[in-house]
Design a protein around this ligand. Structure first.
Ligand code: HEC
Length: 163
C-alpha cells in the first residue's frame, strides 16, 4: 500500500514538474529606456514614432525645399524632395490610416502633376504647379478640420542647401 502511495505521489510530482517546464519562459529584454517586456517595447516604439503631426513637420520642410529647388532650377533636388514627400505621406498613413482619404487629391493629382513638370524643367510651369500643390495642402487641411493652419508659399529660405 505504501509503495502504491509513494508511486502515486511521484507521478503527481512528475506531472507538476513537467507542466512547469512546458510553460514558456518569460522573455525580458535589456534596453536603455524602451521597456522590459515585448509589449512595453512595442508600445513605446509606437509612441516615439508619433502621429501625423510628425509627418507634417517633415512634409512642410520638404515642401519649402521643393519650392526653392524650383526657383534655383535644381531639378534633381526638386525630384528628390518630391519623392521624399510621397514617402513621408505613405509612412504617415501607416500611422494614421484615417487621414488617407482626405489626401487623395494631393497624392493622386497634385504630386504626380509636379513630378511631370519637374521632368520638363520648365520653371514657369513649375511655379503654376506649385501653386496648385499648395492649394492641395490646404484642401486636405480643410477636410481634416485644421483649416486654421494655412499653408503659404515660402518667402524666405531657411535651408543650408543652395544651388
Ligand atoms: C491628410 C491630408 C493632409 C495633407 C495632404 C497635408 N496636410 Fe498638413 N496637416 C494635416 C493634418 C491632419 C494636420 C494636423 C496633424 C495633427 O493633428 O496631428 C496637419 C498639420 C500640418 C502642419 C502643422 C504641423 C505641426 O505639428 O507643427 C503643417 C506645417 C502642415 N500640415 C503642412 C502641410 C503642407 C506644407 C502640406 C502640403 C505639402 C500639407 N500639410 C498637406 C493634414 C494634411
Amino acid at each position: 500500500m505504501r509503495k502504491i502511495l509513494t508511486l502515486i505521489s511521484l507521478m503527481v510530482l512528475c506531472g507538476i514538474v513537467f507542466h512547469a517546464c512546458q510553460e514558456a519562459p518569460r522573455e525580458s529584454y535589456e534596453t536603455e529606456w524602451l521597456g522590459e517586456t515585448k509589449q512595453e517595447i512595442v508600445n513605446n516604439i509606437e509612441e516615439q514614432f508619433q502621429g501625423f503631426s510628425r509627418t507634417m513637420v517633415e512634409v512642410s520642410y520638404r515642401y519649402a525645399e521643393l519650392y526653392w529647388s524650383g526657383i534655383d532650377e535644381n531639378w534633381e533636388y526638386a525630384e528628390y524632395q518630391r519623392e521624399h514627400i510621397d514617402e513621408a505621406m505613405e509612412q504617415g498613413f501607416m500611422r494614421r490610416p484615417e487621414r488617407e482619404a482626405s489626401s487623395q487629391q494631393f497624392i493622386s493629382a497634385a504630386l504626380p502633376e509636379i513630378e511631370e513638370v519637374i521632368q520638363t524643367g520648365d520653371k514657369e510651369k513649375f511655379l503654376e504647379s506649385f501653386t496648385r500643390l499648395t492649394a492641395s495642402c490646404n484642401t486636405c487641411h480643410a477636410m481634416e478640420e485644421v483649416a486654421f493652419m494655412t499653408v503659404k508659399i515660402p518667402e524666405q529660405r531657411y535651408s543650408v542647401i543652395h544651388f
